[in-house]
Design a protein around this ligand. Sequence first.
Ligand SMILES: [Ca+2]
Ligand SMILES: [Ca+2]
Length: 604
Amino acid sequence: MIRPRRGASHTGPISSRGWFNLEEGLPLPLMNASHGVSGSGAGRSRNVAPPNDRRQNGGRSGFVSVIAGLGLGLFLVALPVSAADPVKAELTGRVKSIAELKQVDPNHPGVVKVDSGLTNAAKWYQDSVFYHIWLDGFADSDGDGHGDLRGVLNHLDYLNDGKADSKTSLGVTALWLSPFFDANSTHRYDAKSYYKVDPRLGDMSLLKTVVQQAHQRGMKILFDVVPNHSSSAHPFFLNSRSATNALLRDFYVWSESPPQGGSREWTRTETGFYYAHFGRGMPDLNYLNPLVVEEMQNVMRFYFNLGFDGTRLDAVRYLIEEGKQTTDTQGTHRILKELRKTAGEYTGDRYLVGEAWASNDLMKEYYGNGDELTACFNFSFPGSVANSIERGDGDAIDSNISYFCQNLPRGFVPANFLVNHDNAGSRSMTRYNKDMRKIRLATALNLLEWGIPYVYYGEEIGMEGQNGRDTNMRRPLLWKDAEDQGKDPESLLSWHRNMIRARLGSAALRHGEYRRLEVGDHQVYAFLRTTPEQKVLCLFNLNTTDAKALRLNLAAEFSREVYPIVGKKGEGMPAAYQLSMVPGEVRVLSLDVEAKKVCDTPEH
Ligand SMILES: [Ca+2]
Ligand SMILES: [Ca+2]
């Protein structure tokens, strides 16, 4: 999820002072700083100070982080300290148990207990190829112009029909469904209930069928949730804003004082100001309230019990604000560790993949010591791939992969992708200006590299989409194109299918270690993927206009001949370690005499 740009509000008017006035939709008058945080109700709500409070308090008070054990586990509270403005640290705490939330959200199931009968293989995700389904765009079954769950069900065979060596399905082994919660938007990151499926998509029973049918075909499946916020139309929020002493007041982040000088993150209501990092329609939940954490764990158990194998967590950097720091706080990391524990309650792995859209250095912190997220999306991957392809030099992609090889906890890998529903980059067809050699290279790099590969829907058929507008990245999948390309062995769809089969057919390509190999020509990027039993060499001619003749000194790495998994038409094993590569060619060679050739290098 991308934070909206200042002044580019998609939710409503913004005042000249920069913050929202929910009641009138008009700029608010400047309020006197003396109205500050003092007052009877100030301590009831939570303690992210509007920016002006921090400035106004300045030297006389300031903010400190205080660890307050409230008998409910570790609990970080940032509270203003000032003799002039005594503020209580305790929460209102009117709701004592999440069982009581049924009173507020009629869809709430009460306390969800772990289904201990559910099992999963350990680290299954490291052997998977994921397909990212944007529900609104993937498949529309009823002709209303919007994708739906019946559409997903009808096209599961396209993704994986469950048959080994299928020549008709893509062969992915895991799905990520974009959010399906009842919501007002089409992205559905603004949940109105965590326990109701958006009626435009279907219902809970249909969702369960999708999960079962995916499993039957050998595919794992993830749900997608943004823990940071709900919709402002969620009954939790409606209750929270109804009064300063409302039942769920402390489920959200409130302040009685307005932000001086402006902050678009704060919105005024009749009962106070609430904090909404992603726009006023999506108020931040208060993760300093242990019941909010418990509730998100309850949501996770609910969907794990339904059969989901993991979850994709949106915008994980924003859970807890500490003073001026609104992202990547220690409090946020602590909450994610709590959510990971919930995944750990199940036998075998439930996978948590997070959107920590930040520098590599910040992102890697979300793995903790292997006790936080199981994986994070590699947001510098698409640019590194493009950089290498455009320059004809493997350094950028090697540097990206090597960074994570060296900096992630042992046994953990990043989640690689070329494009997603946000503005992480244009679709490959657009980014590489329809140059099929470059698009095939990018596809192969994504599907053969160290890491967990994700394919965004429509990429396999070369749909276009210009970075910069969400709608460009979320168009309906062109099913006629998919049908046509499915029959053509030289199509981009077939190339995807082949690269997926190559990866899944080799343990070394699935989860082997990575090592770059110098092959004497810098325009040919080469790496080895190895397990103790297997060794596979991947070669990419990043020069998309010139052929390359290589004399590989493989004797140090391979004691015998190598066998092609992806190679030249009619060719068995490369003779005398001499290879010629056509422009943009990809070759995959295995030491394993049993290696099956998956495909020939396509004719360009
Ligand atoms: Ca529909
Ligand atoms: Ca937050």
